[in-house]
Design a protein around this ligand. Structure first.
Ligand code: PLP
Length: 313
């Protein structure tokens, strides 16, 4: 696949804010744009994934690209790049931006059917977009310190038979509406239930509830998050009982601790749910143990793939 670069490579400054790749071309993030008529934008007809880079290494890169491919298959999207090419693009975005800690996104957009073709998604030419930005965390440092305040939203998660949450998608209207509910009620984040009253997930994170030292995370109606997977692996290693099963809303409301987990932030604590204070209104002991183990193991190279910085030359 031919790759070209814009001439602005002479000045390092525009790259420092981030680097992007769209359909065969690399560019500084400020120059990255998609056509306004693209169905990726007009219809949210796009899938994506996000992988983190810390201390110059991707975390679970192969798992993220594997999940991205599975999401693309679910939505019947197929860009020209194979998985190896996608990984090269991601390495190059990070290298061009010169980032040691980065938020790295990969998107596959539907595109649009060319003129003369039927107005049907099957005829669109799909393409890959990717970018690397300086590291982003979902939770501000002060919220990390005190623990997030959560509310159970009135808004329900979109049914899985309409949009499969295991395929990462931009059908965020439910999560966004829930975030306004949270804000109206003075909380940081919402948690959405399914139609049967089971806990699903929040805007950009999976959840664990902790009761009497036992962890549980919803088995369905959620993205099978890779941070969630990492917490399951860690809990096993630390001898903490962990179950992947249905979690009722009462369990959430009565939990000793609730953990929010995502690529953009790792493991994050909660201290209130629907106004009820958990523990001493501060991050709890299970959070601390898992959080320290997570970052300790990551510093030791756990699931790490070093960024190929030569790819930016
Ligand atoms: N659930 C949703 C809806 C998400 O958007 C995300 C991440 O962006 C997650 C869960 C967490 O997944 P991961 O740990 O793989 O980042």
């Amino acid at each position: 696949m031919p790759v070209t670069e814009t001439s602005s490579t002479q000045t390092p400054t525009p790259w420092a804010a981030g680097a992007a790749y769209i359909d065969g071309r690399f560019m500084p993030i400020a120059e990255a744009a998609i056509p306004i008529t693209d169905w990726g934008y007009r219809r949210s007809d796009v899938t994506y994934d996000v992988v983190g880079v810390r201390d110059g290494a991707f975390f679970r890169l192969d798992d993220h690209v594997r999940r991205f491919r599975a999401s693309m298959e679910t939505f019947r999207l197929k860009p020209p790049e194979d998985d190896a090419a996608i990984k090269r693009v991601l390495h190059r975005c990070v290298a061009l931006a010169g980032l040691r800690d980065a938020y790295v996104a990969m998107d596959c957009l539907r595109g649009r059917p060319p003129a003369g073709q039927p107005y049907h998604p099957a005829f669109a030419r799909n393409y890959l977009a990717a970018f690397a930005l300086p590291w982003i965390s979902l939770v501000r440092p002060d919220v990390m310190e005190r623990g997030a305040h959560l509310v159970v939203a009135e808004t329900l998660r979109i049914p899985t038979r309409s949009v499969d949450p295991r395929a990462k998608n931009f059908h965020w209207a439910d999560l966004t509406r829930g975030q306004f509910e949270a804000r109206d009620r003075g909380a940081d984040f919402c948690v959405l239930l399914d139609e049967d009253g089971h806990v699903t997930e929040g805007p950009g994170f999976n959840l664990f509830v902790v009761a009497e030292g036992r962890l549980a995370t919803p088995d369905a109606g959620v993205l099978e998050g890779l941070t969630r997977q990492s917490v399951i692996e860690l809990a096993d290693e630390l001898g903490m009982p962990v179950a992947v099963r249905k979690v009722g809303v009462a369990e959430l409301r009565d939990a000793d601790e609730i953990l929010l987990v995502t690529t953009a932030g790792g493991i994050m604590p909660a201290s209130r749910i629907d106004g009820r204070i958990m523990g001493n209104d501060r991050p709890g002991p299970v959070f601390r143990r898992l959080h320290d183990a997570f970052w300790g193991k990551r510093a030791g190279g756990w699931h790490a793939t070093p960024v190929d910085y030569a790819a930016g030359e």
